[in-house]
Design a protein around this ligand. Structure first.
Ligand SMILES: [Zn+2]
Length: 258
């Protein structure tokens, strides 16, 4: 689990970095404190501590070992994040290699990551997580990966094979996925259009993936160039939606020139 924050007028950034330096001296710091399934209480303590310093959200992976995001080990984390009104940003990692067939052509990043994200979203939707924690805000990286394109298939599957798909959640994924948030990092206006029809333009925040090569080289380019958008829509996606998602008073921002 990693942390993210928004720079406000308060000096929370320095506080948090100083705190982390101190913590890094501890033995097994990463293993013990950043694996919610093994050290749940420590992870929850860390969440509370960071929120007390001004953190507005946390980044987690798309799974921990063999445990997907619907696993009950994560429910205490969800409860605390819901109670503290902080966001969980889910980024794909540790992608399945499909028996080695993803080895070539950078496919773990190009194919594996979007699939991994879709798996994480399906786990959250069909795992009843958004019903159990209705105020919890999940934001998925890379425009929700391949979920928007398989959305109809997933919901169809839920309808025709409830014995397999509706085992934990009685609400169709299609009725819940508008509660998700995603970033805008889809590299393609057609994909952005599909994403808008999936989660809504009010649930998409600017994604950069900075400084990695799969990030947008010109940050916000797809949003800026998406013709159907009004200027107000662009401002929403470029920063205002993120302010809403993170529950931040924009008057506390140190800079509004984005
Ligand atoms: Zn990324």
């Amino acid at each position: 689990m990693a942390l993210f924050f928004v720079k406000t007028k308060k000096k929370t950034e320095e506080d948090c970095v100083a705190g982390r330096r101190k913590e890094k001296g501890k033995k097994n710091w990463l293993k013990d404190e950043f694996n919610p399934s093994k050290q749940k209480e420590k992870a929850l303590e860390e969440v509370r501590r960071c929120v007390s310093l001004g953190m507005k959200g946390f980044e987690i992976g798309s799974h921990v070992g063999e445990k997907s995001l619907d696993h009950r080990d994560f429910w205490p984390l969800y409860k605390v994040c819901e109670d503290l009104s902080v966001v969980l940003f889910v980024h794909p990692w540790d992608m399945h290699m499909w028996d080695g067939r993803l080895q070539k052509y950078w496919m773990p990043w190009l194919v594996g990551m979007p699939s991994e994200t879709a798996q994480a979203i399906c786990s959250v939707l069909m795992g009843n997580i958004l019903v159990m924690f209705p105020k919890l805000r999940f934001c998925f990286a890379h425009g929700g990966g391949s979920y928007p394109i398989i959305r109809g298939r997933v919901s169809h599957g839920w309808n025709v094979r409830p014995d397999l798909c509706a085992t934990d959640c009685q609400t169709s994924p299609k009725e819940l996925d508008g509660l998700l948030w995603t970033d805008s990092l889809v590299h393609d206006p057609k994909a952005l259009e599909l994403l808008i029809s999936t989660v809504g333009k009010d649930h998409i925040v600017l994604g950069t993936d900075y400084p990695f090569p799969l990030g947008e080289l010109e940050v916000g380019k797809v949003v800026e160039e998406y013709e159907p958008f009004s200027q107000s829509d662009r401002e929403d996606l470029l920063w205002k939606n993120a302010i809403r998602m993170l529950d931040i008073d924009e008057n506390t921002l140190s800079n509004k020139n984005f």
